[in-house]
Write a protein that binds this ligand. Structure first.
Ligand SMILES: Cc1cc2nc3c(=O)[nH]c(=O)nc-3n(C[C@H](O)[C@H](O)[C@H](O)COP(=O)(O)OP(=O)(O)OC[C@H]3O[C@@H](n4cnc5c(N)ncnc54)[C@H](O)[C@@H]3O)c2cc1C
Length: 536
């Protein structure tokens, strides 16, 4: 069947792709195609918040591992990235944070991204946010990305927030408000007890539009380019290769791993690397796949005397009870995202903004590759990472075959300051765990083992156990210098009709989780695209 012709094709139906598909199809004259390699978001685990604990090792990811990490024990570390409609927003922990204004001011003033200061981007944060609890100048209340307070935090999460205060850290009721520092409960992308992914919040209300086509299980293999003009895309769907053409723009939103991979498969990337794989070089752009930056995480796991954490629901009779409560009232343990408690703090007295973020999980073994507690026991997890790591890594192709996974090297702990910051963060985790509010529940700290407490031992523990916090950015960096891949309008340098509009264009990490910042970026991208079309 010949394709009907589209004005815009969006490649990758994750957080950014769903935002763009919804916004661009608001224009009745646009004909929008959204292609997503994964399945639709039918799986019940996506929608019940506690399902996060089943996600990172599931078939709704690409099943990636890193290359052996030179500065982290030569380990190949699991590297979960969403492969389902909604992308990361369908499998993430639903934690809603935005970073601090200084992050975006740094993008604008120090990293060549004029027009992306906090003042510039704040309207797009507000436009995307549908907060059901907070309504001051920091929050939007009518946006598609629903946000709510945790209705009834787990007892161990409450103990964590109190333990932080006993340690000397003040309570903060809003990490996205006037001040980020402090301990408290995260706000979540959860509405009425169900996950509010970009697929649900943005795409859901737009799905019925006749000018929007969403194809799932449709993997883009390469972009079709004529000279320096992007024309369309070649994709695999139901075992056959198809082509689709865009009259106006092709928009790549395949994420910080998928976007550079697709560009390189299309001959756009570092020339030597592409030639070494026998790929014809269409544009030698060194920055494609470079500058990979990710939050590198260290977990503390503790075993409890009793069964007060969510691990109790591993037992079938408790699970049945929780399931019933959720089915009847949308409340209880199934409505918990597990990662309820949060903390932003400083690794040293000389820091002016928080440079450490913590997540408290009211359970153990919720994520792939993280150690647990003894069988039959219950546990809790406290993880932390430095918010602005200095190491940079790469995404490269392993083969010209689109089906082969790329080589992902985040270069964890590749800068000595990253190790130092993480060790300081871990020491604070240990100190918080020892405060009375938590200590009364804790039988023993399992990771790091109680015999490891010297600086050298903790350093070794960090390099042998650190892992991704699932926030890769920067592999198609926005900027104004030679290593940048897109300009500040998100257009691929030197090309027409091609923008990259996802987390891969962040020039550097912001001091928070990355879903809301990606939604903001896609909101702004949709504005730029619509404005550009009007000016044409
Ligand atoms: C396990 C996990 C937990 C996280 N927890 C949080 C959290 O609690 N809070 C938070 O703010 N952030 C969190 N994040 C990060 C956040 O979800 C991401 O930063 C965000 O989703 C990135 O959006 P994106 O659009 O850039 O990429 P993605 O959402 O990853 O979307 C890319 C999409 O493109 C598709 N794709 C890739 N290649 C192709 C291709 N060739 N053809 C077609 N489709 C393709 C992918 O399948 C995917 O659906 C988490 C992420 C993960 C993975």
């Amino acid at each position: 069947m010949p394709d009907p012709g589209y004005s815009h094709i969006i490649v990758g139906g994750g957080t950014a792709g769903c935002v763009l598909a919804a916004r661009l199809s608001e224009g009745a004259t646009n004909r929008v195609l959204l292609l997503e390699a994964g399945s639709s978001d039918w799986h019940p685990y996506i929608h019940m918040p506690v399902g996060f604990a089943k996600m990172t090792g599931s078939g709704m990811t690409w099943g990636y591992h890193t290359e052996p990490q030179k500065h982290a024990g030569d380990r190949r570390i699991p590297y979960a990235q969403g492969r389902v409609l909604g992308g990361g927003s369908s499998i993430n922990a639903e934690v809603f944070t935005r970073g601090v204004p200084q992050d975006y001011d740094r993008w604008a003033n120090e990293e060549g991204c004029t027009g992306w200061s906090f003042r510039d981007v704040q309207p797009y944060f507000l436009r995307s946010e549908g907060n059901t609890a907070l309504a001051d100048k920091w929050h939007g209340t009518d946006g598609p990305l629903g946000v709510s307070n945790i209705a009834n935090p787990q007892p161990l999460t409450r103990a964590f927030v109190m333990a932080c205060q006993q340690y000397g850290i003040p309570y903060n009721h809003d990490f996205n408000g006037a001040a980020q520092q402090g301990a408290g409960y995260y706000q979540l992308n959860v509405v009425d007890g169900r996950r509010c992914s970009a697929a649900r919040g943005y795409l859901g209300p737009a799905r019925h539009r006749p000018n929007l086509t969403v194809l799932t299980r449709a993997m883009s293999m390469r972009l079709i380019i004529d000279g320096y003009r992007a024309k369309g895309v070649e994709y695999l769907h139901k075992g056959r290769v198809h082509t689709a053409y865009a009259d106006c723009e092709l928009i790549v939103t395949a994420g910080a791993v998928g976007s550079p991979k697709l560009l390189m498969l299309s001959g756009i990337g570092p020339g030597d690397h592409l030639r070494s794989l026998g790929i014809d070089v269409r544009a030698d752009i060194a920055g494609v796949g470079a500058n990979l930056s990710d939050h590198v995480n260290i977990d503390l796991v503790a075993e409890l005397h009793g069964h007060e954490s969510l691990d109790r629901y591993n037992k079938p009779h408790w699970a049945a009870w929780a399931g019933l409560q959720y089915a009847l009232f949308r409340t209880g343990p199934v409505a918990s995202n597990v990662v309820e408690g949060g903390l932003f703090w400083y690794s040293g007295a000389d820091r002016t903004t928080p440079d450490l973020q913590y997540h408290f999980l009211a359970g153990a073994s919720a994520e792939e590759g993280v150690g647990g507690v003894a069988r039959g026991r219950s546990g809790i997890t406290l993880n932390c990472y430095g918010l602005r790591p200095k190491a940079r890594g790469t995404v490269r192709l392993s083969s010209p075959d689109p089906h082969q996974p790329p080589l992902i090297d985040p270069n964890f702990m590749g800068h000595p300051d990253d190790l130092e910051t993480t060790v300081r963060g871990l020491k604070m985790s240990l100190a918080i765990m020892a405060q009375p509010a938590l200590a009364k529940y804790v039988r023993r700290v399992v990771l790091p083992d109680e015999s490891l407490r010297s600086d050298a031992e903790l350093r070794d523990f960090v390099t042998s156990h650190c892992r991704t916090s699932y926030h890769p950015v920067g592999t198609c960096r926005m900027g104004s210098d030679e290593m940048s891949v897109v300009d500040t309008d998100l257009k691929l340098r030197g090309f027409e009709g091609l923008r990259i509009c996802d987390s891969s264009v962040f020039p550097s990490l912001v001091g928070s989780n990355t879903n809301a910042p990606t939604a903001m970026l896609a909101e702004r991208a949709s504005h730029l695209i619509i404005q550009g079309a009007r000016a044409f």
